[in-house]
Design a protein. Sequence first.
Length: 719
Amino acid sequence: MNKAVLLHTGHSACPHDCPSTCALDVEVLDTSHIGRVRGAKENSYTAGVICAKVARYAERIHHPERLLKPVIRGGAKGEGIWKDASWEAALDLIAERFLRAEAEYGSESIWPYYYAGTMGLVQRDSIHRLRHAKKYSNQFDSICTNLAWSGFFAGTGKLGGVDPREMAKSDCVVIWGTNAAATQVNVMTHAVRARKDRGAKIVAIDIYETATVRQADLGLVLKPGTDGAFACAVMHVLFRDGLADWDYLNSHTDDPKGLEQHLKDRTPEWAAAITGLSVAEIEEFARLVGTTKKTFFRLGYGFARQRNGAVNMHAALCIPAVTGAWKYEGGGGFHSNSGIFRMDKREIEGRAFADPSVRHIDQCKIGAALTGDPAALYGGPPVMAMLVQNTNPANVAPEQRLVKQGMLREDLFMAVHEQFMTDTAKLADVVLPATMFMEHDDIYRGGGQQHIVLGPKLIDGPGETQPNLYVINELAKRLGVDDLPGFDLDARTLIDNMMAASNLPGFDALKEARWLDIQPDFETAHYEKGFSWPDGKFRFKPDWTGGPSPNRPPQSMGLQGPYEALPQWPDYWQAIEVADEKHPFRLATSPAHNFLNSTFSETPTSVVKERRPELLIHPDDAAELGIEDGARVEIGNDRGEVVVHARVQAVTKRAVVISEGIFANSAFERGEGINVLTGADSPAPNGGAAFHDNKVWVRLAADPALISPLVGEKAISAS
Ligand SMILES: Nc1nc2c(c(=O)[nH]1)N[C@H]1C(S)=C(S)[C@@H](COP(=O)(O)OP(=O)(O)OC[C@H]3O[C@@H](n4cnc5c(=O)[nH]c(N)nc54)[C@H](O)[C@@H]3O)O[C@H]1N2
Ligand SMILES: Nc1nc2c(c(=O)[nH]1)N[C@H]1C(S)=C(S)[C@@H](COP(=O)(O)OP(=O)(O)OC[C@H]3O[C@@H](n4cnc5c(=O)[nH]c(N)nc54)[C@H](O)[C@@H]3O)O[C@H]1N2
Ligand code: SF4
Ligand SMILES: [Mo]
């Protein structure tokens, strides 16, 4: 028990990459310690509820293994020998190596690499100011949202939808392809309210019995990558049984007659064979959503992490357009609100100095890029130096063997700014200690809701930790670009300037108000006056390859994947890794309840609760392979193989296996994580990462001594 007394309750926002962006009340114990963290009761979306891992944030912020001092590599790469350094010396070294790479290979040989460790607009996005000022290589952000966003936007023309709080006013809430009970607990808060207050039904659609499926009134477990087939059969039934809203279809959609015709042979029998669902399940769901007008479709990211994911997202989104659910309060669709915030980040990102001729490198293809694949380098120079901030690619990126092999290159210089000695930091030349969100100022906006929430500094960071902004501004000085506008500003001024440019209140006003609710009105959120295309019609027949789309790669990269083969209408598009004789199983790497990507894989309670990397396998499959519960099993494909422990449970369809969570690579027997098995090939049309779409073989693990040494380890031991 912490004996310190409560100094005051501080207010903040959860900075993690979670659609909920909870408003937080924090027990501040003294100038450097916090106690419990709670969800703000007065915030209408958070509604006093947060996940357990953030409630016990004291475990993470006061963790004994936090990085406290800059260190410089003292032994071979990855060997783990470090020398303490002053900030001055560490930053000087980074600048010297960046300038050397620039002189020898050009500015594009430096690749600042970032992602979503913090979602704060200042601390996350200031890295772009340095990038643009120095004409360093751009990053094409592909690891998370591309497939889902492309699919949603293809229908509506905008990333926005029904107010998520309206879920509480629904008669049926369909939670599709998101394990909300684990990944965004607040969805459950509002859905359960509807069930309590008005007897609403909750439906969950996943590929295994998740916590969300278990809490649902109707749980549908289908085969991975088959949601498009399911959605088509549902719409077939809606048209067949007179449950389509023709008034709505005629006024709000592009070609409903064409759609009806196209779906004629997409029968429940056809879909049952593809999805593994029964005809009765498909009919039941179709009848439910067809007769319950106030049905809220809460569409998640997870079911889009398949190579046909954009098509599946769009197909699911077509259903409320057929039933006309959008017309009703509590009805319609929602995926992300990212299109409703109009915040002017130009100064933070230094967009004024961006040079359109500078290349982009695909974030997911970091392995190929670092190992010199010309296609991944887009004709530019090799990557010779990196600043990695806010992300852990050696663990979370696909094609992990290539990523590690690249990072172990003797001639690559890599600086990592981190809170912990992550898998990525371990492979660095310089590691800089970072503050956590309560130790610096920042501002956040929701993805799964509609608030802008301030996160002011509440306590001092430990040791010599510094915020991301400090690193960027200090490097700018040493790299000779600090005379450009923006580099002399602190976080509060950057926030004030951004808010002023966006016609929104500044830091002090927001500190008082804590958050801004910028929910668009009913008419806008429900697309009453039309969808966001020139003709105002929802598109059943999307323009996948022309026209605008969020996450569209820059022109120099072109469209991605087999985009010519994209189906015209919603359909089952067999672009996934179909199981074959050599790889009879389909593997998904779904999120773990107590981690957030690789974050929290270091906190004691999360580690205890998640235990060890495991594989959920169906009892009938396990029996055929002679695998007992708890056995060491090896899973593999052409990209590699890892050993995990079997958990024999009847929670999936046959031949589907699930490995939850992104455990640290060191949690695996051979020091290689689950992303050894995932691919970095680009799905159509806008790239992305198909983390849940892997064909694999599964077998009882052989004697470890018989297994060949791995790329990363080999390189480490050879150097
Ligand atoms: N506890 C926890 N919370 C998190 C995260 C975490 O790792 N752990 N990650 C955070 C991040 S970065 C994000 S982007 C969000 C993501 O949150 P979600 O939107 O929930 O997306 P995913 O985590 O990718 O997967 C969600 C579910 O989709 C299922 N799924 C996979 N393939 C298919 C399919 O083909 N069809 C269907 N119907 N379902 C499928 C998976 O089994 C999983 O249960 O969550 C955030 N919150
Ligand atoms: N197999 C598999 N792989 C996946 C996924 C999956 O479902 N399955 N999900 C994918 C998805 S959706 C995503 S979004 C990516 C996410 O991947 P990442 O963006 O890499 O997210 P995290 O793993 O949470 O790592 C964030 C890191 O940032 C650090 N950090 C946090 N705040 C700060 C800060 O203020 N400053 C600095 N310098 N560092 C900070 C944390 O300590 C942490 O190590 O992973 C992807 N990888
Ligand atoms: S639910 Fe998501 S946003 Fe809320 S506290 Fe947990 S991780 Fe943060
Ligand atoms: Mo994500």
